[in-house]
Ligand binder design. Structure first.
Ligand code: NAD
Length: 353
Protein backbone atom coordinates (compact mmCIF):
# COMPACT_ATOMS: atom_id res chain seq x y z
CA UNK A 1 0.00 0.00 0.00
CA UNK A 2 1.34 3.41 -1.07
CA UNK A 3 1.39 6.13 1.62
CA UNK A 4 -1.38 8.69 1.21
CA UNK A 5 -3.04 11.77 2.65
CA UNK A 6 -6.84 11.87 2.61
CA UNK A 7 -8.59 15.15 3.19
CA UNK A 8 -12.30 15.43 2.26
CA UNK A 9 -13.94 18.57 0.88
CA UNK A 10 -17.15 19.64 2.60
CA UNK A 11 -20.15 18.90 0.43
CA UNK A 12 -23.79 17.96 0.74
CA UNK A 13 -25.40 15.90 -2.01
CA UNK A 14 -29.09 15.22 -2.53
CA UNK A 15 -29.60 12.58 -5.25
CA UNK A 16 -32.71 11.14 -6.86
CA UNK A 17 -35.53 11.44 -9.34
CA UNK A 18 -37.83 14.33 -8.39
CA UNK A 19 -35.34 15.82 -5.90
CA UNK A 20 -35.57 19.20 -7.64
CA UNK A 21 -38.67 19.63 -5.46
CA UNK A 22 -36.38 19.94 -2.43
CA UNK A 23 -34.65 23.08 -3.75
CA UNK A 24 -36.48 25.51 -1.44
CA UNK A 25 -35.53 23.35 1.56
CA UNK A 26 -31.89 23.36 0.42
CA UNK A 27 -31.91 27.17 0.22
CA UNK A 28 -33.48 27.33 3.66
CA UNK A 29 -30.97 24.82 5.04
CA UNK A 30 -28.05 27.14 4.25
CA UNK A 31 -29.89 30.02 5.91
CA UNK A 32 -30.55 31.93 2.68
CA UNK A 33 -33.66 33.88 1.73
CA UNK A 34 -33.04 35.42 -1.67
CA UNK A 35 -31.77 33.14 -4.43
CA UNK A 36 -30.53 34.30 -7.81
CA UNK A 37 -31.10 31.49 -10.30
CA UNK A 38 -28.44 31.16 -13.03
CA UNK A 39 -28.84 29.38 -16.37
CA UNK A 40 -28.03 29.57 -20.10
CA UNK A 41 -30.69 30.96 -22.48
CA UNK A 42 -31.74 27.47 -23.69
CA UNK A 43 -32.33 26.31 -20.10
CA UNK A 44 -34.55 29.24 -19.09
CA UNK A 45 -37.64 27.02 -18.77
CA UNK A 46 -35.83 24.78 -16.26
CA UNK A 47 -34.70 27.90 -14.35
CA UNK A 48 -38.29 29.19 -14.27
CA UNK A 49 -39.44 25.86 -12.84
CA UNK A 50 -36.81 26.32 -10.10
CA UNK A 51 -38.10 29.87 -9.58
CA UNK A 52 -41.64 28.59 -9.03
CA UNK A 53 -40.41 26.07 -6.48
CA UNK A 54 -38.50 28.82 -4.66
CA UNK A 55 -41.58 31.02 -4.36
CA UNK A 56 -40.85 33.98 -2.09
CA UNK A 57 -37.18 32.96 -1.86
CA UNK A 58 -36.61 33.85 -5.55
CA UNK A 59 -34.60 37.06 -6.04
CA UNK A 60 -34.43 36.76 -9.83
CA UNK A 61 -33.37 34.68 -12.84
CA UNK A 62 -30.26 35.47 -14.87
CA UNK A 63 -30.03 33.52 -18.14
CA UNK A 64 -26.66 34.94 -19.19
CA UNK A 65 -24.35 31.96 -18.58
CA UNK A 66 -21.94 31.43 -21.49
CA UNK A 67 -19.24 28.94 -22.43
CA UNK A 68 -15.81 29.56 -20.82
CA UNK A 69 -17.15 32.27 -18.45
CA UNK A 70 -16.04 35.53 -20.12
CA UNK A 71 -15.01 38.02 -17.41
CA UNK A 72 -17.49 40.63 -18.68
CA UNK A 73 -20.40 38.22 -18.23
CA UNK A 74 -19.16 37.30 -14.73
CA UNK A 75 -18.96 41.00 -13.77
CA UNK A 76 -22.47 41.66 -15.10
CA UNK A 77 -23.92 38.69 -13.18
CA UNK A 78 -22.07 39.67 -10.00
CA UNK A 79 -23.45 43.23 -10.21
CA UNK A 80 -26.96 41.84 -10.66
CA UNK A 81 -26.56 39.52 -7.64
CA UNK A 82 -25.52 42.48 -5.50
CA UNK A 83 -28.26 44.76 -6.89
CA UNK A 84 -30.94 42.14 -6.14
CA UNK A 85 -29.56 41.54 -2.64
CA UNK A 86 -29.12 37.83 -3.39
CA UNK A 87 -27.77 35.80 -0.49
CA UNK A 88 -27.34 32.60 -2.50
CA UNK A 89 -27.17 31.41 -6.09
CA UNK A 90 -28.90 28.42 -7.59
CA UNK A 91 -26.98 27.36 -10.71
CA UNK A 92 -28.98 25.00 -12.92
CA UNK A 93 -27.08 23.66 -15.93
CA UNK A 94 -23.74 22.28 -17.00
CA UNK A 95 -20.17 23.35 -16.31
CA UNK A 96 -20.66 26.75 -17.98
CA UNK A 97 -23.53 27.78 -15.69
CA UNK A 98 -21.92 26.41 -12.54
CA UNK A 99 -18.72 28.15 -13.71
CA UNK A 100 -20.58 31.48 -13.79
CA UNK A 101 -21.74 30.88 -10.21
CA UNK A 102 -18.14 30.18 -9.22
CA UNK A 103 -16.90 33.40 -10.84
CA UNK A 104 -19.48 35.35 -8.81
CA UNK A 105 -18.63 33.49 -5.57
CA UNK A 106 -14.94 34.22 -6.05
CA UNK A 107 -15.45 37.92 -5.40
CA UNK A 108 -18.78 38.14 -3.57
CA UNK A 109 -19.46 36.01 -0.50
CA UNK A 110 -22.57 34.38 -1.98
CA UNK A 111 -22.83 30.57 -1.65
CA UNK A 112 -23.82 28.34 -4.56
CA UNK A 113 -26.37 25.55 -4.69
CA UNK A 114 -25.76 23.58 -7.88
CA UNK A 115 -28.26 21.58 -9.90
CA UNK A 116 -26.11 19.86 -12.53
CA UNK A 117 -27.76 18.83 -15.80
CA UNK A 118 -24.68 17.41 -17.56
CA UNK A 119 -21.96 15.00 -16.41
CA UNK A 120 -19.05 17.51 -16.44
CA UNK A 121 -18.56 17.45 -12.65
CA UNK A 122 -17.79 21.11 -11.90
CA UNK A 123 -20.29 21.10 -9.01
CA UNK A 124 -17.98 18.90 -6.93
CA UNK A 125 -14.79 20.93 -7.39
CA UNK A 126 -13.20 24.08 -5.96
CA UNK A 127 -11.78 24.77 -9.45
CA UNK A 128 -12.88 27.86 -11.38
CA UNK A 129 -12.13 29.16 -14.87
CA UNK A 130 -12.56 32.70 -16.18
CA UNK A 131 -11.71 33.95 -19.68
CA UNK A 132 -10.07 37.36 -20.03
CA UNK A 133 -8.58 38.74 -23.26
CA UNK A 134 -9.06 35.37 -24.92
CA UNK A 135 -7.12 33.48 -22.21
CA UNK A 136 -8.85 31.07 -19.84
CA UNK A 137 -7.33 31.36 -16.39
CA UNK A 138 -8.08 28.56 -13.95
CA UNK A 139 -7.52 28.45 -10.22
CA UNK A 140 -8.57 26.68 -7.05
CA UNK A 141 -10.43 28.31 -4.19
CA UNK A 142 -12.65 26.56 -1.68
CA UNK A 143 -15.02 29.59 -1.66
CA UNK A 144 -16.31 28.52 -5.09
CA UNK A 145 -17.18 24.97 -4.04
CA UNK A 146 -21.00 24.64 -4.08
CA UNK A 147 -22.48 24.40 -0.59
CA UNK A 148 -24.98 21.78 -1.68
CA UNK A 149 -25.71 19.87 -4.88
CA UNK A 150 -29.06 18.53 -6.03
CA UNK A 151 -28.69 15.72 -8.59
CA UNK A 152 -32.05 15.01 -10.22
CA UNK A 153 -31.73 12.63 -13.18
CA UNK A 154 -35.13 13.82 -14.53
CA UNK A 155 -33.40 17.08 -15.52
CA UNK A 156 -30.93 15.21 -17.75
CA UNK A 157 -33.69 13.68 -19.91
CA UNK A 158 -33.52 16.74 -22.20
CA UNK A 159 -29.74 16.56 -22.62
CA UNK A 160 -29.29 15.62 -26.31
CA UNK A 161 -27.93 12.10 -26.81
CA UNK A 162 -24.66 13.19 -28.48
CA UNK A 163 -23.96 15.67 -25.65
CA UNK A 164 -24.89 13.05 -23.03
CA UNK A 165 -22.34 10.62 -24.42
CA UNK A 166 -19.40 13.00 -24.76
CA UNK A 167 -20.22 14.48 -21.36
CA UNK A 168 -20.07 10.94 -19.94
CA UNK A 169 -16.60 10.50 -21.45
CA UNK A 170 -15.58 13.84 -19.96
CA UNK A 171 -16.56 12.44 -16.54
CA UNK A 172 -14.71 9.16 -17.14
CA UNK A 173 -11.59 11.21 -17.94
CA UNK A 174 -11.60 12.74 -14.42
CA UNK A 175 -11.78 9.31 -12.81
CA UNK A 176 -9.22 7.73 -15.15
CA UNK A 177 -6.60 10.38 -14.37
CA UNK A 178 -7.58 10.24 -10.70
CA UNK A 179 -6.54 6.59 -10.64
CA UNK A 180 -2.91 7.50 -11.34
CA UNK A 181 -2.87 10.92 -9.62
CA UNK A 182 0.32 11.87 -7.79
CA UNK A 183 -1.77 12.74 -4.73
CA UNK A 184 -4.27 9.91 -5.18
CA UNK A 185 -5.69 7.95 -2.27
CA UNK A 186 -7.63 4.69 -1.88
CA UNK A 187 -11.00 6.39 -1.25
CA UNK A 188 -10.81 8.46 -4.45
CA UNK A 189 -9.67 5.37 -6.37
CA UNK A 190 -12.75 3.45 -5.19
CA UNK A 191 -14.96 6.34 -6.25
CA UNK A 192 -13.17 6.57 -9.59
CA UNK A 193 -13.61 2.88 -10.35
CA UNK A 194 -17.29 2.91 -9.35
CA UNK A 195 -17.89 6.13 -11.33
CA UNK A 196 -16.37 4.68 -14.52
CA UNK A 197 -18.38 1.48 -14.01
CA UNK A 198 -21.68 3.38 -13.62
CA UNK A 199 -21.03 5.46 -16.75
CA UNK A 200 -19.84 2.50 -18.83
CA UNK A 201 -23.11 0.77 -17.91
CA UNK A 202 -25.37 3.81 -18.41
CA UNK A 203 -23.93 5.26 -21.63
CA UNK A 204 -24.69 2.30 -23.97
CA UNK A 205 -28.14 2.07 -22.39
CA UNK A 206 -28.99 5.73 -23.10
CA UNK A 207 -27.55 5.35 -26.61
CA UNK A 208 -30.05 2.52 -27.11
CA UNK A 209 -32.88 4.50 -25.50
CA UNK A 210 -32.30 8.14 -24.49
CA UNK A 211 -35.50 8.02 -22.40
CA UNK A 212 -34.19 5.21 -20.17
CA UNK A 213 -34.56 6.83 -16.73
CA UNK A 214 -32.57 4.18 -14.87
CA UNK A 215 -29.65 4.59 -17.27
CA UNK A 216 -29.82 8.39 -16.91
CA UNK A 217 -29.62 7.91 -13.14
CA UNK A 218 -26.60 5.58 -13.53
CA UNK A 219 -24.81 8.22 -15.60
CA UNK A 220 -25.57 11.04 -13.18
CA UNK A 221 -24.44 8.88 -10.25
CA UNK A 222 -21.21 8.18 -12.16
CA UNK A 223 -20.82 11.90 -12.87
CA UNK A 224 -21.05 12.70 -9.15
CA UNK A 225 -18.32 10.17 -8.31
CA UNK A 226 -16.04 11.26 -11.16
CA UNK A 227 -16.56 14.95 -10.32
CA UNK A 228 -15.62 14.23 -6.72
CA UNK A 229 -12.37 12.67 -7.91
CA UNK A 230 -11.64 15.75 -10.05
CA UNK A 231 -12.21 17.97 -7.04
CA UNK A 232 -9.95 16.00 -4.73
CA UNK A 233 -6.87 14.87 -6.63
CA UNK A 234 -4.61 16.35 -9.30
CA UNK A 235 -5.00 15.72 -13.01
CA UNK A 236 -2.21 15.13 -15.54
CA UNK A 237 -1.41 14.87 -19.29
CA UNK A 238 -4.95 14.27 -20.51
CA UNK A 239 -6.51 17.30 -18.82
CA UNK A 240 -3.56 19.55 -19.73
CA UNK A 241 -3.79 18.52 -23.40
CA UNK A 242 -7.54 19.15 -23.49
CA UNK A 243 -7.03 22.54 -21.85
CA UNK A 244 -4.45 23.43 -24.53
CA UNK A 245 -6.64 22.24 -27.38
CA UNK A 246 -9.76 23.94 -26.01
CA UNK A 247 -8.06 27.19 -25.02
CA UNK A 248 -5.69 27.73 -27.97
CA UNK A 249 -7.69 26.16 -30.81
CA UNK A 250 -11.23 26.68 -29.52
CA UNK A 251 -12.17 22.99 -29.71
CA UNK A 252 -15.38 21.87 -27.96
CA UNK A 253 -14.80 20.76 -24.35
CA UNK A 254 -16.46 17.36 -23.89
CA UNK A 255 -15.82 16.20 -27.48
CA UNK A 256 -12.10 16.96 -27.11
CA UNK A 257 -11.98 14.92 -23.90
CA UNK A 258 -13.69 12.06 -25.73
CA UNK A 259 -11.14 11.97 -28.56
CA UNK A 260 -7.99 12.52 -26.49
CA UNK A 261 -8.65 10.26 -23.49
CA UNK A 262 -7.79 6.87 -25.07
CA UNK A 263 -4.55 8.31 -26.49
CA UNK A 264 -3.50 9.97 -23.24
CA UNK A 265 -4.12 6.69 -21.40
CA UNK A 266 -2.11 4.78 -24.01
CA UNK A 267 0.76 7.23 -23.44
CA UNK A 268 0.61 6.77 -19.67
CA UNK A 269 -0.08 3.03 -19.61
CA UNK A 270 3.55 1.86 -19.20
CA UNK A 271 3.91 4.11 -16.13
CA UNK A 272 0.55 3.39 -14.50
CA UNK A 273 -0.22 -0.32 -15.00
CA UNK A 274 -2.41 -0.68 -11.90
CA UNK A 275 -4.66 2.24 -12.90
CA UNK A 276 -5.03 0.76 -16.41
CA UNK A 277 -6.13 -2.60 -14.97
CA UNK A 278 -8.77 -0.87 -12.84
CA UNK A 279 -10.07 1.24 -15.76
CA UNK A 280 -10.19 -1.79 -18.07
CA UNK A 281 -12.04 -3.79 -15.40
CA UNK A 282 -14.56 -0.98 -14.89
CA UNK A 283 -15.42 -0.82 -18.60
CA UNK A 284 -15.25 -4.59 -19.11
CA UNK A 285 -12.39 -4.46 -21.64
CA UNK A 286 -8.98 -6.08 -21.88
CA UNK A 287 -7.17 -2.81 -22.37
CA UNK A 288 -8.19 0.59 -20.92
CA UNK A 289 -7.12 2.82 -23.83
CA UNK A 290 -8.33 0.56 -26.64
CA UNK A 291 -11.52 -0.27 -24.73
CA UNK A 292 -12.45 3.42 -24.32
CA UNK A 293 -11.67 4.12 -27.99
CA UNK A 294 -13.98 1.24 -28.98
CA UNK A 295 -16.68 2.43 -26.55
CA UNK A 296 -16.61 5.89 -28.17
CA UNK A 297 -16.61 4.46 -31.69
CA UNK A 298 -19.38 1.95 -31.04
CA UNK A 299 -21.67 4.66 -29.62
CA UNK A 300 -21.01 7.06 -32.54
CA UNK A 301 -18.95 9.59 -30.55
CA UNK A 302 -16.20 11.60 -32.27
CA UNK A 303 -12.82 9.83 -32.33
CA UNK A 304 -10.68 12.22 -34.41
CA UNK A 305 -9.48 15.76 -33.68
CA UNK A 306 -9.68 16.53 -37.43
CA UNK A 307 -13.46 16.10 -37.15
CA UNK A 308 -13.58 18.70 -34.37
CA UNK A 309 -12.06 21.35 -36.63
CA UNK A 310 -8.34 21.10 -35.73
CA UNK A 311 -6.01 21.51 -38.72
CA UNK A 312 -3.12 19.08 -39.19
CA UNK A 313 -0.82 22.12 -39.54
CA UNK A 314 -1.71 23.07 -35.93
CA UNK A 315 -0.40 19.84 -34.40
CA UNK A 316 3.21 21.07 -34.05
CA UNK A 317 2.05 24.21 -32.25
CA UNK A 318 -0.30 22.23 -30.00
CA UNK A 319 2.63 19.98 -29.09
CA UNK A 320 4.86 23.00 -28.36
CA UNK A 321 2.23 24.62 -26.13
CA UNK A 322 1.66 21.36 -24.26
CA UNK A 323 5.42 21.03 -23.66
CA UNK A 324 5.95 24.65 -22.65
CA UNK A 325 4.24 24.36 -19.28
CA UNK A 326 5.80 21.57 -17.21
CA UNK A 327 3.51 19.59 -14.88
CA UNK A 328 3.49 16.24 -13.14
CA UNK A 329 2.57 13.16 -15.16
CA UNK A 330 3.20 9.48 -14.37
CA UNK A 331 5.33 9.19 -17.53
CA UNK A 332 7.73 12.01 -18.40
CA UNK A 333 6.35 14.20 -21.16
CA UNK A 334 8.64 14.01 -24.18
CA UNK A 335 8.31 15.75 -27.52
CA UNK A 336 8.43 12.84 -29.99
CA UNK A 337 5.93 10.49 -28.30
CA UNK A 338 3.63 13.44 -27.48
CA UNK A 339 3.67 14.55 -31.13
CA UNK A 340 2.89 10.94 -32.17
CA UNK A 341 -0.02 10.86 -29.67
CA UNK A 342 -1.46 14.06 -31.18
CA UNK A 343 -1.09 12.70 -34.71
CA UNK A 344 -2.99 9.53 -33.86
CA UNK A 345 -5.70 11.49 -32.04
CA UNK A 346 -6.00 13.84 -35.02
CA UNK A 347 -6.35 10.95 -37.46
CA UNK A 348 -8.75 8.99 -35.25
CA UNK A 349 -6.41 5.98 -35.25
CA UNK A 350 -6.62 3.29 -32.59
CA UNK A 351 -4.52 4.25 -29.55
CA UNK A 352 -1.20 2.46 -29.30
CA UNK A 353 -0.51 1.41 -25.70
P1 NAD B 1 -22.12 23.45 -20.88
O1 NAD B 1 -22.43 23.82 -19.50
O2 NAD B 1 -21.35 24.44 -21.71
O3 NAD B 1 -23.50 23.09 -21.61
C1 NAD B 1 -23.56 22.91 -23.02
C2 NAD B 1 -24.96 23.26 -23.51
O4 NAD B 1 -25.87 22.23 -23.09
C3 NAD B 1 -25.50 24.56 -22.94
O5 NAD B 1 -26.20 25.24 -23.94
C4 NAD B 1 -26.46 24.10 -21.86
O6 NAD B 1 -27.47 25.01 -21.58
C5 NAD B 1 -26.99 22.83 -22.47
N1 NAD B 1 -27.52 21.88 -21.49
C6 NAD B 1 -26.95 21.49 -20.33
N2 NAD B 1 -27.73 20.60 -19.70
C7 NAD B 1 -28.81 20.42 -20.47
C8 NAD B 1 -29.98 19.61 -20.37
N3 NAD B 1 -30.15 18.77 -19.36
N4 NAD B 1 -30.91 19.69 -21.33
C9 NAD B 1 -30.71 20.50 -22.40
N5 NAD B 1 -29.64 21.27 -22.58
C10 NAD B 1 -28.70 21.24 -21.62
O7 NAD B 1 -21.34 22.06 -21.00
P2 NAD B 1 -20.53 21.20 -19.91
O8 NAD B 1 -19.81 20.17 -20.71
O9 NAD B 1 -21.39 20.78 -18.82
O10 NAD B 1 -19.49 22.22 -19.30
C11 NAD B 1 -18.32 22.60 -20.00
C12 NAD B 1 -17.63 23.72 -19.28
O11 NAD B 1 -17.48 23.43 -17.91
C13 NAD B 1 -16.23 23.99 -19.81
O12 NAD B 1 -16.01 25.38 -19.91
C14 NAD B 1 -15.32 23.36 -18.76
O13 NAD B 1 -14.06 23.97 -18.71
C15 NAD B 1 -16.12 23.58 -17.51
N6 NAD B 1 -15.83 22.57 -16.46
C16 NAD B 1 -15.31 23.03 -15.29
C17 NAD B 1 -15.03 22.13 -14.28
C18 NAD B 1 -14.47 22.63 -12.98
O14 NAD B 1 -14.22 21.84 -12.07
N7 NAD B 1 -14.29 23.92 -12.83
C19 NAD B 1 -15.26 20.76 -14.45
C20 NAD B 1 -15.80 20.34 -15.66
C21 NAD B 1 -16.09 21.25 -16.67
Amino acid sequence: MKDFVYSALPSRVVFGSGKLASIAAEVEAIGANRALVLCTPPQKAQAEAVGKLLGSRLAGIHDGAEMHVPIESARKARALAVELGADCMVAIGGGSTIGLGKAIALEAPIPIIAIPTTYAGSEMTPIYGITENGLKKTGKDVRVLPRSVVYDPDLTMTLPLSMSLVSGMNAIAHAAEGLYAQDGNPVMSLMAEEGICALAKGMPAIAANPDDKAARADCLYGAWLCGTVLGNVGMALHHKLCHTLGGSFNLPHAETHTVVLPHALAYNSPAAPEAMIRIAGAIGAENAAVGLHHLAKSLGMPTALKDLGLKEADLDRACEIALSNPYWNPRPIEAAPLRALLQRAWEGAEPRP
